[in-house]
Design a protein around this ligand. Structure first.
Ligand code: ATP
Length: 356
């Protein structure tokens, strides 16, 4: 039976006004972030927004040009102090696992346990592999394992030193999509069992929603929104944040009487100024198609079978581009047919038209 004891004393991680630049690029531009002990936070954002830089700053691979990083009460980076990576009690897992090819899986895991005698290190590493259900591969070499198994060895190696904080950079991107789901679920189990505070870098919103207690959404070196997956999905802070989580239909209009008026009808816009140009962002699953004659007149231009939810494109007068609609496949509904379009107001978000 694998042992299942908490292995870490989780740390609280605090970033205060952290800056880092490469030449003229502000890769971290004043980041404030507190991550609670045992919490899993995903750093999410498009390529180049500074996710990896932030992870490297937390690890101590880079030193911030301004601001402070604290692990519990200790300043590990700041004007007054800098603690090198090996003294930060941090576990690291990278995309390519970075296992040593010439060491057995057991020796890979034992590698970080330099403070122990060799016998103690091997015993501890053996237990870590057992926890990962990889005990039978201890004497093998990494190349003989599948991608998912190598990822688990890397995770065992990162956790065996009982780090207070575990940092993972795109840990699942090397896995094929079939394997990714199960390795994610296992990783989540192991990290929760270990009780470690965990920061995961990803560019995949679905992954961030599955893995994160909270998501830190980044753009151009800044943290633009921080919250639970549900908060970010339901109340994105602006149009780009909304676009990041789902393919949306954007319909422009003008604000009058506290509502945005668009060719698809008017929707509440309480936070916007009178006369302002605005955008109604309508999620594809918030549009329903009923019999023609009801709702807004539309015509199905395209239908794609996608399994659970099918995709339809529906042309509506007054809108340049067809609406993207995602619904359960409706028998007999095909390109060329007229439909009545109905919009679920709960799936409409309204934003000022200005901004990125
Ligand atoms: P990706 O998802 O593509 O890995 P990221 O969000 O992790 O991107 P970073 O790798 O942190 O982004 O890069 C942030 C910015 O800093 C980018 O503009 C990048 O080009 C720049 N940058 C990163 N590392 C260096 C470096 N060593 N030298 C110069 N510029 C760098």
């Amino acid at each position: 039976v694998p042992t299942r004891t908490p292995v870490s004393l989780a740390s609280r991680l605090i970033l205060e006004g952290v800056h880092h630049s490469y030449g003229a690029t502000n890769a971290a531009d004043g980041i404030d972030l507190t991550i609670e002990p045992g919490e899993i936070v995903c750093l999410l954002g498009p390529s180049g927004c500074g996710k990896t830089t932030l992870l490297r700053l937390i690890a101590g691979i880079e030193r911030p040009s301004a601001g402070r990083i604290l692990l519990d009460r200790q300043v590990v980076a700041g004007p007054e102090a800098f603690v090198p990576p090996e003294k930060r009690q941090i576990g690291l897992v990278f995309q390519d696992y970075a296992l040593f090819p010439h060491l057995s899986n057991l020796d890979n895991v034992a590698f970080g346990l330099k403070a122990l005698t060799r016998a103690e290190a091997l015993a501890e590493a053996g237990r870590a592999l057992e926890r990962m259900r990889l005990g039978r591969y201890a004497a093998d070499y990494p190349h003989a394992l599948s991608g998912g198994e190598q990822q688990r060895v890397a995770l065992a190696r990162a956790l065996v030193t009982r780090p207070g904080i575990l940092l993972m950079d795109e840990p699942f991107s090397g896995l094929d999509s079939r394997l990714r789901g199960s390795v994610r679920a296992e990783t989540l189990d192991v990290v929760r069992d270990a009780g470690a505070t965990c920061v995961i870098v990803t560019h995949d919103p679905e992954e961030a929603m599955r893995m994160g207690d909270r998501i830190a959404l980044m753009r151009a070196g800044r943290l633009v929104q921080l919250g639970t997956p549900e908060m970010l999905y339901r109340s994105p802070c602006d149009l780009s944040a909304a676009r990041f989580f789902c393919e949306i239909n954007e319909v422009s209009g003008k604000v009058a009487g506290g509502r945005i008026h668009t060719p698809l009808g008017s929707f509440p816009a309480p936070a916007l100024r009178e006369g302002e140009r605005a955008v109604a962002a309508i999620r594809p699953q918030g549009i329903e198609m009923r019999a023609p004659g009801s709702g807004i007149a539309g015509r199905v231009m395209e239908h794609r079978f996608l399994g659970e939810l099918d995709m339809y494109e529906v042309a509506v007068q007054g809108i340049d581009r067809p609406l993207v609609v995602r619904r359960r496949a409706t028998a007999g509904l095909a390109a060329g047919q007229n439909v009545g379009v109905h919009i679920d107001i709960a799936e409409v978000l309204v934003f000022a038209a200005t901004g990125p």
